[in-house]
Write a protein that binds this ligand. Sequence first.
Ligand code: MOS
Length: 744
Amino acid sequence: MSQYTNYIGKPTNRVDGPAKVTGAAKYAAEFNVPNLAYGVVVSSPIAKGKIIKVYSKPVLKIPGVLAVFSHENVPNLAWFDRNYKDDVAPGGSPFRPLHDNEVKFSQQPIALVVADTFEVARYAASILEIEYEEEDHETDIELKRTEGFMPGRGKSGWMPPPPPRGKPDKEWKKAAHRIEHEYIHGAQHHNPMEMFATTTEYHPDGSITAYDKTQGVYNAQQYISKIFGLSKKQARVVTEYMGGGFGSGLRPQYQLFMSVMAALELKRSVRVTLTRQQMFSFGHRPYTLQYVKLGTNPDGTLAALQHHALHETSRFEEYTENVVNWSGMLYQCDNVKLGYQLAELDVYTPLDMRAPGAATGSIALEIAMDEMAFEAGLDPVDFRIRNYAETDQNMKKPFSSKRLRDCYHQGAAKFGWEKRNPRPRSMRDGNMLVGWGMAGGVWDATQKKSAAKATLTADGRLEVSSATSDIGTGTYTIMTQIAAQYLGLPIEAVTFKLGDTDLPEAPLEGGSWTAASVGTAVKNVCEEMGKKLLKQAQKMKGSPLKKAKFDDVEFVNGQIRLRLDPDQAVVIRDVLQASGKEKLEAETSATPNMLKQMQHSMHSHNAVFAEVKVDEDLGTVHVTRVVNAVAAGRILNLKTARSQVLGSIVWGISMALMEETIMDHKFGRYMNHNYAEYHIPVNADVRDLQVLFVEEEDEVVNPLGVKGIGEIGLLGVAAAIANAVFHATGKRVRTLPVMIDKLL
Ligand code: MOS
């Protein structure tokens, strides 16, 4: 059956592509509202201490300067109330800018200078004198190795590691082959191209519209309405486009607070944009120390598995990201011990970054698995298949679906893995050592409650909306595809709107749950609309659908027609015209089927195969080929999905070889806080990348059968590359990124 309205699964161009490349798409700092003032944030040069005085007077004399805000004159806010609760997502007590005279981390926002022009504000901010009393700071987790503690007041959604099972210590000691090693990776900072910014438009009635950069407009609205005592109606938040997020926009960032505060105080619209340097001051993937012990039986099955992680958090908030939990479920093993601890440092609270915890944990586990396979004389793929988990041993539940085995097989076949000589340093290309490595991963498939609205107008156009966001992942496009398909309309007739608190509520865009959550809401609302349309169609004179039930009809090619007798059809546009109505509207929400979901463990999986070429004399590593095989349920759009995974591979190359924020502990400050020194791959570093989706059907995760692909693609990439480096050179690097000095 050929249908032009069969869109789900098809590689489809981004519907927002033209707006983005022509500059029509507006980002938070591009809303040029009238009478706009500009705020520039002044950041702390010290990592810990007290602010003695902010010398505002000389700055206020500069023509064009409107105000200097600091803790000395911050307005009375809800959070000075003892009963105030900081329940913003992700859960916890976020840092409160300008709250008091305490400096808790380097680059802490200390003051906001507002002026008529950006240039004046920036100049005034640069000469604002602030007197500090410095105190000793601690920023080095290496010195806190013995001071780790189990998180207690972790963010919501934090799952303590499952209790130990079997006899992990005894069985490890008895194992035929054993390894135990420490693995470390440095901190990483989110570096989306678009800087965080908020343009707060002040309306004469005292209400505001905040054009903000956020992954959750409702979350940002709740945050500012509570702090400033505004009703939801008085505080609209809009994020139509985002130039990348990676998790950095899950929390409202401090420029939102600054911009809204200044606008309300000055009764004038104010924009605050952070600098690239300031983008390194509000959360990061934490520096993490991990310890893995593995043991195998003579038949190559795992005898024992132990995984412990310690990472930093701030002194004012416990940031948790699980890290080790997935290690208890990725492989079959009856003797498992998992540990997880935090250490407090004088740094900002870390923040979720793409596949938080899992990306980190998989580096250690998957390098350790490679070491274990080598020690036991087994092929790394074969070793993993010998230890394949058929059920989730953490939860003692079956998987809703799991085609990881096919990821191993299909990925290996595409890569040509069978030609691998297992001996390190055995493969060469001219003067380059060639290495082949692999690794895999697991991420969660989640559905959250979401709402959506649909409006069909007499001209045959459909608008669907939900206050979700598109951080560059393709939300606009996949939602348009789903709506077009479920109502049988040409994709050009469908518009999807998002990122506005005037629209029905959707959760934060994160956790890879948007396709599953908002997608199901869009499907549901289109079905609601379909029912309304059918009702109207049945009222038409001589309607061939008179006796049809909803399940008897389908919406295809702009028509409603009988499934069993497709010639019996009504054109959707005619239905509206016949009804005399200008439009039809429907609004509904989608909630997960908890009964079904509680009985299952729901996850996406992948297997990554990497080839590196290492110049032995120079120690340079080139990632020449990567195959990433992903099983993530139904793929809604092969094109945007592939792009997602390509991006993940590039990031994996980055994690493996380049990316880390380096702290100078003397100053307690991240020193390479710019694009010049915070290294990420450029085009020349990105060679042959191949993405393969393993078909997977799943009726448990949600009615669409999608698991989400925002995060799974990153899993295993860095480990696969590190393992390939070992295969090439015989050198095992356990501290990422793998830099030249570690190979020479
Ligand atoms: Mo993602 S770290 O949940 O934006």
